[in-house]
Design a protein around this ligand. Structure first.
Ligand code: ZN
Length: 482
């Protein structure tokens, strides 16, 4: 029987299976058998009108069959049908000084293992030195990219990032060290890269890439390397690259799986050809929510670095028109052919996207969090609002940082006890993807706990002001005060 490979984000709807064997004479029949067997999958794969959703692609063996009639596409025993959904993984640049056309004595020694390779040689090394590459993000993918591209002798490397190093980054973002926690990723990454190779010029773009600044930042670089972890920026980078006619070296990561390719290079397909629309918010978890093997961005980032160097040297076959899939658990690479979509809204024959748009809105993400209540800081919450969240069934994690003997006096139902003094040692028991609301007796210790957790990279943690005393006053007078 034909096999259907189920991607990680959808396995929860398919009985946790990674592979399902199903009978059917055509791709359409097999997919119908799949959704008959696993009803929960149907809504994730098909629209209400029965059309395959546009952030999901179907391959028969290694062929993209999106534009073929699935009911007319015959399958036989041993065929593999793959469902491949989209996954997510500075100071302004000064005018580049004219690049020297030679290498110094120190550089010749430094790059000697390149220089003795016929595929690189002096000519290739000078191409690397004259190249300008922009890295979007100094995180998981940006870390190996920055280090190896610097070591390889790329003359000018720009980095766009506005984030700060936190403890949860260190498991994979090897360009940052433990002593860098709390520093800007830009500064930390640039220091590491300069230490590796002082001959590289580094432009620090200390900003979030946006529709307003993207074209201006990207225009000064030859190649763009996408190391972002969210869909709005992916679409922004893609559209900006298509509009500026620049290659987009793409990589993405999720748990044990990665994807890499080169988009928008010399008329090849772009990200929107592959995924015209983003998944609805919340369907595909980010690395912060779904986790990622710390080594995985190393593998995918180095594939991106390799492709970048090949494009600069003009050697080898770039991953244009091919999507490389990496499965670390099976230790298997697969390659799927990508087609340019003539209907693509940005690179197709009749593009409708001719300038950058609002990508937050495009991805269905509310632009701003609801404003905090008057008088409260953004990381503070009133007990009444906590009660309202509980009543609405929101999955909040109530963290009680008092001592066990206080907990015996009174507690909020469903709360988890973890005394403040134990927090640094037991922080691993908490999940930074959870919405955590910390409380104590009056709100002082929990403010310290929130401060600690925010520094450790917890972005969704709030302090319940006034503690359980305020809870007793405002929410539940049966709770004794002490
Ligand atoms: Zn396209």
């Amino acid at each position: 029987m034909p096999k259907v490979l189920i991607p990680t984000p959808l396995r929860q709807y398919a009985g946790k299976n990674d592979t399902v064997e199903l009978a059917g004479a055509t791709v359409g029949e097999v997919l119908r058998a799949l959704t008959d067997q696993f009803g929960d999958l149907r809504g994730h794969l098909y629209t209400d009108e029965g059309k395959l959703r546009s952030f999901v692609n179907v391959y028969l063996n290694d062929e993209d069959i999106r534009y073929l009639q699935k009911d007319a596409t015959a399958v036989s025993d041993g065929d593999t049908i793959s469902i491949v959904p989209s996954i997510a993984g500075g100071a302004p640049a000064v005018e580049a000084p004219p690049q020297p056309a030679t290498l110094s004595k120190e550089e010749i020694l430094r790059y000697s293992r390149h220089l003795i390779m016929p595929e690189v040689g002096m000519e290739g090394q000078l191409k690397l030195k004259n190249a300008k590459v922009l890295l979007i993000g100094a995180g998981g993918l940006g870390a190996p990219l920055g280090m190896y591209l610097a070591a390889a002798g790329i003359g000018r490397i720009g980095i766009v990032d506005f984030d700060v190093v936190d403890y949860t980054n260190l498991q994979r973002q090897v360009i940052h060290g433990t002593s860098d926690v709390g520093r800007k990723k830009l500064d930390s990454a640039a220091d590491t890269m300069r230490e590796i190779n002082p001959y590289v010029t580094i432009d620090k773009h200390d900003t979030a890439l946006s529709s307003e600044n993207a074209l201006d930042i990207l225009k000064d670089y030859d190649f763009i390397v996408d190391g972002t972890d969210n869909f709005p920026t992916r679409y922004l980078v893609n559209d900006a690259c298509v509009l500026l006619h620049k290659a987009n070296v793409y990589g993405s990561i999720f748990r044990f799986e990665g994807q890499a390719t080169v988009f928008a290079y010399e008329g090849g397909p772009c990200y929107r050809c592959l995924y015209p629309e983003p998944p609805p918010p919340g369907l595909v978890p980010s690395c912060a929510e779904g986790g990622v093997l710390g080594i995985l961005p190393g593998v995918i980032g180095l594939i991106q670095a390799t492709e970048t160097v090949k494009l600069i040297l003009g050697t080898g076959e770039p991953l244009v028109g091919h999507l490389l899939l990496y499965d670390a658990l099976a230790m298997r690479f697969r390659e799927l052919k990508l087609r340019k979509n003539p209907e693509c809204p940005v690179c197709g024959d009749h593009p409708t996207v001719t300038k950058l748009i609002d990508y937050q809105e495009f991805c269905g993400i509310p632009r701003h969090e609801p404003p905090p209540q008057p008088g409260l800081k953004e990381w503070e919450i009133d007990p009444v609002e906590v009660k309202a969240k509980l009543d609405r069934g929101e999955p909040i994690y109530i963290l009680d940082v008092r001592e066990p003997h206080e907990y015996q006096i009174c507690s909020i139902p469903g709360s988890h006890l973890l005394p403040l003094g134990d927090l640094p040692r037991r922080v691993n028991e908490l999940n930074s993807a959870d919405e955590i609301i910390a409380h104590c007796r009056s709100g002082v210790r929990s403010a310290k706990a929130v401060d600690f957790l925010r520094q450790a990279g917890f972005k969704k943690v709030k302090n319940m002001v006034g503690g359980i005393l305020a809870w007793s006053d405002k929410v539940d007078p049966r709770v004794p005060k002490y």
